[in-house]
Ligand binder design. Structure first.
Ligand code: G3P
Length: 222
C-alpha cells in the first residue's frame, strides 16, 4: 500500500518525507486554510518536497469552474492531482480533465456507487472517507472493501485511496484489504512506527554493548 500524508504542513511533510516512505500528499481546503502563506506556493513547495501525486482540491462547484480551476492547479506542477468532489458537476469536470490527461482524485466518496461513477468518469483515484462514516456510526472500512471488490472485477486505471484514516488500526485494515493507497495525518503516520518493545529492546542492546566494552577495557588494562 502506498502511504500518503494528509496535511498541508510543510514542516510535517519534510519530517515525514525524510524517512523515505512517503509516496504522496493529499490536501484539501480545510488543511490549506490552517497554514499561513499563499496556498499555491505551499502546493508547489509540497510538490518540490515529495516527488509523487499531490492532491490539490478545487473550490468551484460548477463543472466549468472546476475544469478551469483544475487546469490552473495542474499547471502549477507536474505532480499535482486535481481533487474534485463527487457531485454531478464534479463527474462532468472529471470527464473533461481526465480526457485531457490530467489526473483526478475524486473525493467525498461515501458510497460504492459514487466510486463506480467516479472511475467511469476517468478518475485516477477515488477517496472514500473512512473516519467521517465512522463518525456517523456507519462502518467506513466496509465502504473501502466494497470499492476494492468492485474495482477488482474491471480493468480500470483507478486506485482506491482510503482517506480520513484517523488511527493506526484504520491503516492496518486498509492495508489488509489491499487498498492501493492510505492517506493519514502526520500523527497517525508517526504512530505506525512506534513500539515500546522496540525502544526498550534497543535500550537494552546498547546498555549490554556498553557493559561488554567496559569489561573488555578493564581486562585490557589489567
Ligand atoms: O481530504 C479528506 C480528509 O482530509 C478528511 O479527513 O479526518 O477530516 O475526516 P478528516
Amino acid at each position: 500500500m502506498k502511504i500518503f500524508l494528509d496535511t498541508a504542513s510543510l514542516k510535517e511533510i519534510r519530517e515525514a518525507a525524510a524517512l523515505g516512505v512517503v509516496d504522496g500528499i493529499t490536501t484539501n481546503p480545510s488543511l490549506l486554510a490552517k497554514e499561513s502563506g499563499d496556498p499555491e506556493q505551499i502546493l508547489v513547495e509540497i510538490c518540490n518536497t515529495v516527488d509523487g501525486p499531490i492532491s490539490a482540491e478545487v473550490v468551484a462547484t460548477d463543472a466549468e469552474g472546476m475544469v478551469k480551476e483544475g487546469r490552473h492547479l495542474a499547471a502549477l506542477h507536474k505532480n499535482i492531482v486535481v481533487k474534485i468532489p463527487c457531485i454531478a458537476e464534479g463527474l462532468k469536470a472529471t470527464k473533461v480533465l481526465s480526457g485531457e490527461g490530467k489526473r483526478v482524485n475524486m473525493t467525498l466518496i461515501f458510497s460504492p456507487t459514487q466510486a463506480l461513477l467516479a472511475a467511469k468518469a476517468g478518475a485516477r483515484y477515488v477517496s472514500p472517507l473512512v473516519g467521517r462514516l465512522d463518525d456517523i456510526a456507519t462502518p467506513g472500512m466496509e465502504l473501502v472493501a466494497d470499492i476494492i471488490e468492485i474495482f477488482d472485477h474491471y480493468d480500470w486505471e483507478c486506485e482506491v485511496l482510503a482517506a480520513s484514516l484517523r488511527h493506526p488500526m484504520h491503516v492496518l485494515e486498509a492495508a489488509k484489504m489491499g487498498a492501493d493507497i492510505g492517506t493519514m495525518p502526520a500523527s497517525v503516520f508517526a504512530a505506525l512506527l512506534k513500539h515500546p518493545l522496540t525502544d526498550s529492546g534497543l535500550r537494552r542492546f546498547l546498555e549490554d554493548w556498553e557493559k561488554a566494552k567496559a569489561l573488555l577495557a578493564a581486562k585490557a588494562g589489567r
